[in-house]
Design a protein around this ligand. Structure first.
Ligand code: ATP
Ligand code: MG
Length: 242
């Protein structure tokens, strides 16, 4: 099958440090793809290279066979790459609905207001936030903020949703809800690439797992395989006590 998203030899240097070095992977349409690894492994940098927040030092990024390597964040968003951030950053004094509306308009500036509102309401519905639509974002709990962050990304109508540690800080029951939410997103036809440290979440969600260490790919495969890989245990799982 043709991959939907293809990273080819992505490299990002900050001065002398190779934060990401020669990272390649393919993500199939409809797949839920996890990126794991120790702190500082380069996971967020990879996501920044995918979303266009950072330009790679070298390498190439393709979406559906189209080269996006030199495209801006807005152009990538328009092409179908939607992003939720590790640090939740809604506009606190705007309502939940207006925060999501910003998502619907970003990357699709020409979209009619009524259509943007329809997309925002659909994203609120899919993330279970409809009842909170008129509440100011600053009043949300952490779990609700994470839902809002996903709703804002969904409102851009992504083909691929990029999630950076959206389960961090959640209680186990909340994390289980978030897993159901992400599965629902995928079942709605959106491919998902997510970074996560909470291993039960990775186990329950990921079709395939990419393990990074020191900026490089350590291995890639189904969860059950990678967690038994001695290199993964040595570099990551042993230290996490998992
Ligand atoms: N803008 C930057 N300038 C300089 N160095 C950076 C920059 N961004 C990241 N780095 C460095 O690149 C490396 C990879 O960082 P990155 O944030 O991608 O790791 P991560 O895997 O997401 O870690 P974590 O699990 O802690 O979120 C780290 O050594 C980090 O200090
Ligand atoms: Mg990170």
């Amino acid at each position: 099958m043709t991959p939907l998203l293809r990273a080819i030899g992505l490299t990002k240097r900050f001065g002398g440090l190779a934060a990401v070095e020669d990272v390649s992977f393919d993500v199939a349409p409809g797949e839920i793809f996890a990126i794991i690894g120790p702190n500082g492994a380069g996971k967020t940098t990879v996501l920044n290279l995918l979303s266009g927040l950072l330009a790679p030092t070298s390498g190439r990024l393709e979406l559906d066979g189209h080269d996006l390597t030199t495209r801006s964040t807005a152009e990538r968003c328009h092409a179908g790459l939607g992003r939720a951030f590790q640090v939740v950053q809604p506009f606190p004094e705007m309502t939940v609905r207006d925060n999501v509306l910003v998502g619907a308009l970003f990357g699709h500036p020409g979209v009619p207001r009524a259509e943007a509102e329809r997309r925002a309401d659909e994203a609120l519905e899919r993330t279970g936030l409809t009842a909170l639509a008129d509440v100011d974002a600053e009043e949300l709990t952490l779990m609700q903020e994470k839902r809002l962050e996903i709703a804002r990304a969904l409102a851009t109508q992504p083909r691929v949703l990029l999630l950076d540690e959206v389960m961090a800080g959640l209680r186990p029951a909340e994390a289980r809800d978030a897993v159901q939410l992400v599965k629902g997103v995928r079942d709605g036809g959106v491919t998902v690439v997510f970074i996560e440290h909470v291993m039960p979440v990775v186990r329950d969600l990921a079709d395939r797992v990419l393990v990074m260490d020191h900026g490089q790919v350590l291995t890639e495969g189904p969860y059950a395989e990678v967690v038994q890989d001695p290199r993964v245990i040595e570099a990551y799982l042993g230290k996490e006590g998992a």
